[in-house]
Design a protein around this ligand. Sequence first.
Ligand code: ATP
Length: 220
Amino acid sequence: MNTYFKIKSQLDHFSVDIEYEFESGVLVVQGESGAGKTTLLKFISGLKNPEVGKIAFGEQIVFDHIDKINIPTRHRNIGYVFQNYALFPNMTVAENITYGIKNMIDFKDKAKREKLLSYCESVMNTFHIDHLKKKYPRNISGGEKQRVALSRAIVTRPKLLLLDEPFSALDEKTKKIVYKEFEQFKQNFHIPTILITHSSLECEMFADQKIVLENGKRVN
Ligand SMILES: Nc1ncnc2c1ncn2[C@@H]1O[C@H](COP(=O)(O)OP(=O)(O)OP(=O)(O)O)[C@@H](O)[C@H]1O
């Protein structure tokens, strides 16, 4: 499934003009601070809308300024992991993770429900967080929060996963563990992913394709 985005927009003194298409795997986005990386993810997710552009996940067009298509964020089926993880503080880890699929769990259809819950289990196994289910975000470490945030985004089976520097706040030891888990995730789940990172090691390990932004434009 190809992911395509063409975005042209003028934000005060910052103009964005980026077009790219990738087939699958992980697209790494690099660029200096202020280059427009987070802004690009906001456009793709629908948190911002460009004046001109088109965004498509395979056959599904989620934004097209010509045909006036603009699917709202909540219906774009995107998993978004923010730099600060943005977990719900008053929900347990299990509640955080199943939040996005609550409506999909049809309690009358036992087989469907069990399939969904077993998918959740396999995601939690990948990120080794099964034992944290009953804890609240305030009582878990930064590395654990990061794994919960990734799991929460993945269990909805998004068409596209957007990761904004997801490993940057972790210490070196935790990073190594989460890198292995992420590699495992990449091999097992096959969800097209856009990963913003400043790290050349992460780029080397995870990038199937890479683009570099400078001042809102693609330079590489
Ligand atoms: N709504 C907005 N209106 C005007 N300018 C904006 C808006 N949102 C972002 N910008 C500007 O866009 C530029 C790019 O910001 P962005 O956060 O996308 O950079 P970044 O590459 O993700 O940086 P970092 O690596 O520091 O996170 C900045 O100059 C910022 O001030």
